[in-house]
Design a protein around this ligand. Sequence first.
Ligand code: NAP
Length: 312
Amino acid sequence: MSTAKDLYSFDDLCKWSPSTSQLQPPARLSVFGDPVAHSRSPQMHNPALLDVGIDAQYVRLHIHPEELQPALQQLKEQNFIGTNLTIPHKAAAIEFMDDIDETARRIGAVNTVLVEDQKLIGFNSDGPGFSRAIREEFSVDLRDLRILIIGAGGGAGRAVAVQASMDHCERLVLANRTTQKAESLAAELAPFFKEDRIAGPMERLEAISMDEAALAAQMDNIDLIVNATSLGMKRSDPEVLSSHLIQPHQFIYDMVYSPSRTHLISQAENAGARAANGLSMLLHQGAISFEYWFNREAPLEAMRKGLKESFD
Ligand code: NAP
């Protein structure tokens, strides 16, 4: 494999053959983002492509919001297999797809594009990746869990809330700093929660604020707590949750993966609860994107090793 540049631009994409003629294998997969330099997707996908002998490599493309539509069109011109989309393109891309799958439609965001017969097909692997990550980390399925999502009003929180609903989880509590966003998401997801599944006084679907009293009132009826806020990446961030609220029977999934041991994970472990960071979701969403592109199982261990090495 000849080494790709760390970052390509929209201008590079428009003249892809001359820009990348020296690359072997050819660059036919990418991630679009703004910013995108931090993306670890190349370190995860290139070992996978090599492992299964696919003659393509994966690069980062810095695409500004106003370049998104023409950049997506360029994928067809330049014989791409597909692309991933990250911030800020996931929701904006929906309207530029020729077709989208049900999960992407319900989440309202596309993170994986497949180019097929000159058409752009949009998928979302974040939600399904979360589902697989929870199974891997805690040996349990979403459908058997009472789940609290803190930060349900953001893009990632919405993806996991929709997935938990589509997987028919027992109970779902949506908490968000801006409570109104959690309320409107709950209204949208209500049709998934019509059936009575658990005995007891608690509603199967609730939207709450992020204040301590509201969170405390839920804790006896929650198995899995997900941090989907952007809190936890910086030492100076406020706590997502007070330590004394965490119960030993609970699973804590922090979608943040850098640092690997977040403050929330330390709090959970100190409380005797099981905890995991968001690296497994990153891995599984990548594996599912690979499956959409190649209609075959992803070489998960090659991807896991590449991702792990990217942090060393
Ligand atoms: P986003 O759309 O910007 O949403 C941010 C969320 O955090 C919103 O719910 C926001 O609440 C909340 N928030 C921000 N600052 C807050 C504060 N000071 N106090 C309380 N809540 C606060 O971001 P996103 O794309 O959903 O990403 C959220 C996190 O998930 C990031 O850390 C991201 O790296 C991570 N993530 C991980 C994966 C993975 O594969 N592991 C995938 C995607 C995202 P308001 O609605 O009130 O603003």
